[in-house]
Design a binder for this molecule. Structure first.
Ligand code: ATP
Length: 264
């Protein structure tokens, strides 16, 4: 695998604002958000409920329109990037169709995009291997554990080999042990594929363990209060969580969250 030596901005947000008009009046979900995400970054968004994490992810994916400022994805508008299949999106719940088996769930976006049958089978086998689900393609979602369902959902998002993977709290509903395992697998997958990942979480250890960059957000209005560049090496065994460096970053995230809470 080649290592990128130059940094290449994949996502650039400048003075981004998003105000939702609701029956109770305007809600400022994002205010003056400035952020650069480079190719190969693993960026986590952490902050209390309602601070705009999901909204920012949805703006990147062209699922919401900002009301002010600018955002580019691979130098294009999010909408153009979506049309060029620049990213895959993993939702909080696995979102698998219960009446389709795992293979047919994963192949669905490929069918929609008109891949040939041979291409669909090839991609299916590749992504099943990446998420370590080879052999389970004939099972239905309800026959798999929660962790396996989320892996299948990640495989579906990887199916058309987008460079950017956007993940909205994909492991939030899983128990600690399964989550640890999936975190490890996700890091391996990231190292193997060199994708750029945007990842929403509520968990400080998860954010610190996974990320090259941690974006701390605070609510009312949703804004970025700290961006932490992680000094941890790319290769991370789980016990790195006991190291002084890890504990120090976790402390800084916690302080950032506490400070954001203070101005409520
Ligand atoms: N479609 C919408 N219409 C109106 N308000 C919305 C809409 N989507 C989000 N909001 C509001 O915008 C703010 C940010 O919401 P968002 O879901 O981005 O927060 P979050 O940080 O992802 O929260 P959580 O951690 O609970 O998922 C909240 O106040 C929310 O109620």
């Amino acid at each position: 695998m080649t290592t990128e030596t130059t940094t290449q901005a994949v996502i650039e947000a400048r003075n981004l604002d998003l105000v939702f008009q609701t029956n109770d009046g305007p809600v400022q979900a994002l205010r003056d958000v400035n952020l650069t995400i480079n190719k190969g970054d693993f960026v986590s968004f952490i902050g209390p409920s309602g601070c705009g994490k999901t909204t920012f992810l949805r703006v990147m994916a062209a699922l919401e329109q900002p009301t002010g400022g600018e955002i580019t994805v691979n130098g294009m508008t999010p909408d153009e990037a979506r049309r060029q299949r620049a990213y895959g999106y993993v939702f909080q719940a696995s979102g698998l169709y219960p009446w389709r088996n795992i293979a047919r769930n994963i192949k669905l976006p490929l069918e929609i995009m008109g891949y040939t049958k041979a291409e669909r089978e090839k991609r299916l086998n590749e992504v099943l291997e990446l998420v370590e689900l080879s052999g389970f393609e004939g099972k239905y979602p309800w026959q798999l554990s929660g962790g396996m369902q989320q892996r299948a959902s990640i495989a579906r998002a990887l199916a058309f080999d987008a460079d950017i993977l956007l993940m909205d709290e994909p492991f939030g509903a899983l128990d600690e042990i399964v989550r640890d395992h999936l975190n490890e697998q996700l890091l391996k997958l990231w190292a193997r594929t060199n994708k750029t990942i945007g990842f929403v979480t509520h968990s400080i250890p998860e954010a610190v363990y996974l990320s090259t960059k941690i974006v701390v957000m605070s609510p009312r209005p949703g804004r970025i209060t700290d961006v932490i560049e992680s000094p941890l090496p790319k290769e991370r065994p789980l016990d790195i969580r006991d190291s002084p460096e890890f504990i120090e970053i976790a402390h800084r995230v916690r302080e950032g969250l506490r400070a954001g809470h203070g101005d409520d």
